[in-house]
Every structure is written in structure tokens, then in C-alpha cells.
Design a protein around this ligand. Structure first.
Ligand SMILES: Nc1ncnc2c1ncn2[C@@H]1O[C@H](COP(=O)(O)OP(=O)(O)OP(=O)(O)O)[C@@H](O)[C@H]1O
Ligand SMILES: [Zn+2]
Length: 408
């Protein structure tokens, strides 16, 4: 490999505190300045990754994200600011990177990282940083990184915990070696459903930036075949050894079942949404009666007798709720099913005939209409009667019925 060019006087001044570090010095800094990194996702993790890479002088940074800045992003996505709300995240992130360091090149892609652009993008950079928040993107980024022979620096943060590792680095394992099959979609959580303490992706993203700099600058010991787990509540870090590269891995093993589209132009990439089951969330499911928010509103206005069961977690219920609702979180329903039946009037016995009375309708609501659908299905599977899901949940209520109802 050709030696990277010497640093200019401006660069020596700018990176002086790196240059005097024995672990870095001129050679490492020159390699950093000559490197290119693709950052997928300019959200909670992507923010510190991008800020530190720009500050450290990574010569060419690619940013891909199809999302726009939302006010609810700002507690953690510190690369964006209030004035950027509703603007594309990639534009806001690029401007922040260039405000930190105008001597670098920032390339932006206001689109999703997908089967159609993945190979071309990853091929064009030295390394890919996975700063996304969903399983199908993780598999796609991993597989393409393997096919292109690039390391994948991967972070994750949810609630008050985070994790970090480096995949596909110098013969180390890839994501698929460790997770050959995706988790069931209903077990996967995200920030929007479960919340995240803003500092946690800040910490993990900063560590991701550290790993990236070590790899492109060729110093230190990257976190390959190890997983770092951070618990924000106790402020503790744990590092676990991971298994080594698996010879039976579907993408990097001895006989990969997923063809390398780079070396085999006739092959197609798999459908990652289908593989992860993420496209199977059927919200207007035929197996479960449902009403729109407008329909539910007219039931309330007519004064029809019914039960409104809000299945969100208590912390969410305490933020806001519709009048006359009862709260039983979906997560507790299975264990408390007897109690749930009592509370929603499904066990009432007619005193005259000794038979169960026809229960009043039970309408289920949650934030987006997904947990309430699962809860309705659970109740129906236990023979509950007259159970009806409210489609779109409280977000839809805010949009179509009452714009004063809090949005979170
Ligand atoms: N396949 C993908 N290609 C490009 N960007 C992606 C992809 N998947 C996820 N992202 C981006 O990664 C970022 C992840 O950010 P983060 O986890 O902080 O949550 P968010 O999606 O911005 O917000 P919230 O979960 O609160 O709605 C988002 O900006 C999202 O658009
Ligand atoms: Zn593998």
C-alpha cells in the first residue's frame, strides 16, 4: 500500500494533540486522514460517530439515512439541532461534520441502505459503521461487509444499556457466525417503543468511533471476537469473548449458502425484510376485529357501554391516557390473565341463570396499535368475547381526533 501523503502545516496544527500521542504520531494520523468510512444511520449512535470521525480528520465520510430530524431525536442525536427539525438527517449531519472540520469530504445519501445500493456503497469505503436500529439492516450491512471484505463496526443501544463489537475484522467472526437466524420479530424492541436514555448511544457511539479510528489508523487492538456490554444504571462495562469465525456460517463460512454478488454477478441478494420477518406485522389483521379511531370516538360520543383497556407500560400510561381507560400492560397479561378477565368483565355470571353474561365490548389501545393487536389476539386465544383493537393507537388518535392529546 502506498504511503499516505504528508500532513500540511494546517493539519499538524489541527491534529497536534493526536500527533504527540505515542500511540498515534504522524503515521497513524496520516492513515486516518487518508481513510474513508461509511456511516449507516445518522441517529443516536451515528451522531457521536460522525462528530468524532470528522474531528479526527477521517478524509472521506459517507452518511446514509432516509429519515428527517424529529424533535424527539434531539435528546440523543446530538449532531442535529432544533433548527434542523424536518430537514433530512444527512444534510444536518453533513453540515455539523463540516462545521467541525471543513477540510474533510462528506458524501451524503438521503436514502435507506438497501439491497439496491449496498454493494456499490460499501465497496467505495474502507470500513462500514452500523449505527442503525433494526435487525434486517444489521444482517444486510454484515453480509455486504463480508462480501466486500470490509470490517463492520457495530453498536446498539436501548433503554439504559448498550453494546459494541467489530465484525469481519482480520478473520474474526461476522454477525451471522454468531446469529445464524434472526430473532422472532415480536422479541425485537426499538427506541421508539422502549425508550432510550440519551447518553447511552452517546457512550456506545463514542466507543464505535474509537474502534473505527484504531482500525483505519492501524493502532491498538480492535474489539474483534469480543462483545462489550455497557450497563448505564450501574455504570459497568463487561467484555465477553465471542466464538471465532464459524466454518458453517451462511455468508463467511467454508461453503456459504448466500452467494457473493460481488464475485457472482448472476446471484441476487436475499430479501432481508422477509428473512427477518419484519414485513409480517399485519396490523389490520383479519383474525381480530378492529375499529378506527374515528369509529371508537363515535362509540364514546354515543355513550355506548364498553371497557377501554390500555395495554401500554405504566410509565407510558402515566404520561397520558384516554378518559375512563384501565391499564394492564401487555407484557403482564399472560401471567395475570385471570385478573385481566375479571377487570374487563369477562367472568361475570348472570345471577338469575348462573351463566356468563354477554360481556360488554372491550376496546384495546396502545401507542401505535401493535401491542394492542397482540393483546387482543392473546385474549381471543383465551376465549374472551367481544374484543376489538383500535387501529393506529394513540398516535392515530392524536392525528385524527385530538391534536391536543400528547404525542411522544
Ligand atoms: N437501512 C437503513 N439505512 C439507512 N439508515 C437507517 C437504516 N436503518 C435505520 N437507519 C437510521 O438509523 C438511525 C437510527 O437512529 P436511532 O436508533 O437513534 O432512532 P430513530 O429511528 O432516529 O428514532 P426513533 O426510534 O426514536 O423513532 C435512524 O436515523 C434511521 O433512519
Ligand atoms: Zn460469518
Amino acid at each position: 500500500m502506498e504511503d499516505p501523503p504528508f500532513l500540511s502545516n494546517d493539519q499538524i496544527l489541527r491534529y497536534g494533540r493526536h500527533l504527540i500521542l505515542p500511540a498515534i504520531g504522524m503515521d497513524v494520523q496520516r492513515r486516518i486522514c487518508n481513510s474513508s468510512v461509511l456511516v449507516v444511520g445518522a441517529g443516536g449512535l451515528g451522531s457521536p460517530v460522525l462528530q468524532y470521525l470528522a474531528g479526527a480528520g477521517v478524509g472521506r465520510i459517507g452518511i446514509i439515512d432516509a429519515d428527517e430530524v424529529d424533535i424527539s431525536n434531539l435528546h440523543r442525536q446530538v449532531i442535529h439541532s432544533e433548527s434542523e427539525v424536518s430537514n433530512p438527517k444527512v444534510d444536518s449531519a453533513r453540515d455539523s461534520c463540516l462545521a467541525i472540520n471543513s477540510s474533510i469530504i462528506v458524501e451524503t445519501f438521503n436514502e435507506r441502505f438497501s439491497r439496491s445500493n449496498a454493494i456499490e456503497l460499501v465497496q467505495n469505503y474502507d470500513l462500514v459503521a452500523d449505527c442503525t436500529d433494526n435487525v434486517s439492516s444489521r444482517y444486510l450491512i454484515n453480509d455486504i461487509a463480508v462480501m466486500c471484505g470490509k470490517p463492520d463496526v457495530s453498536g446498539g443501544a436501548i433503554g439504559t444499556e448498550g453494546q459494541l463489537t467489530v465484525y469481519n475484522y482480520k478473520g474474526g467472526p461476522c454477525y451471522r457466525c454468531l446469529h445464524p437466524k434472526p430473532p422472532p420479530p415480536e422479541t425485537v424492541s426499538n427506541c421508539s417503543d422502549n425508550g432510550v436514555l440519551g447518553v447511552v448511544p452517546g457512550i456506545i457511539g463514542s466507543l464505535q468511533a474509537m474502534e473505527i479510528l484504531k482500525i483505519v489508523g492501524q493502532f491498538g487492538e480492535p474489539l474483534s471476537a469480543k462483545l462489550l456490554i455497557f450497563d448505564g444504571l450501574s455504570c459497568s462495562f463487561r467484555s465477553m469473548r465471542l466464538r471465532s469465525r464459524s466454518p458453517t456460517c451462511d455468508v463467511c463460512g467454508d461453503k456459504p449458502t448466500i452467494p457473493n454478488v460481488l464475485t457472482d454477478p448472476t446471484a441476487d441478494l436475499i430479501d432481508y425484510n422477509e428473512f427477518c420477518g419484519s414485513c409480517h406485522v399485519e396490523l389490520d389483521a383479519k383474525d381480530c376485529p378492529s375499529v378506527s379511531c374515528e369509529e371508537y370516538k363515535s362509540i364514546v360520543d354515543q355513550g355506548d357501554e364498553h371497557v377501554l383497556l390500555d395495554v401500554r407500560e405504566l410509565v407510558q400510561y402515566e404520561i397520558c391516557s384516554l378518559p375512563n381507560s384501565i391499564n394492564i400492560p401487555f407484557a403482564q397479561m399472560k401471567e395475570r390473565i385471570g385478573e385481566v378477565f375479571k377487570e374487563i368483565g369477562q367472568t361475570d355470571i348472570d345471577p338469575l341463570f348462573g351463566k356468563p353474561v354477554q360481556p360488554v365490548p372491550v376496546y384495546l389501545i396502545c401507542r401505535r396499535g401493535i401491542d394492542s393487536l397482540s393483546a387482543a389476539r392473546l385474549l381471543l386465544s383465551k376465549d374472551a368475547k367481544n374484543v376489538i383493537n383500535i387501529r393506529g393507537g394513540l398516535l392515530q388518535w392524536h392525528r385524527t381526533i385530538d391534536s391536543e392529546f400528547p404525542l411522544y
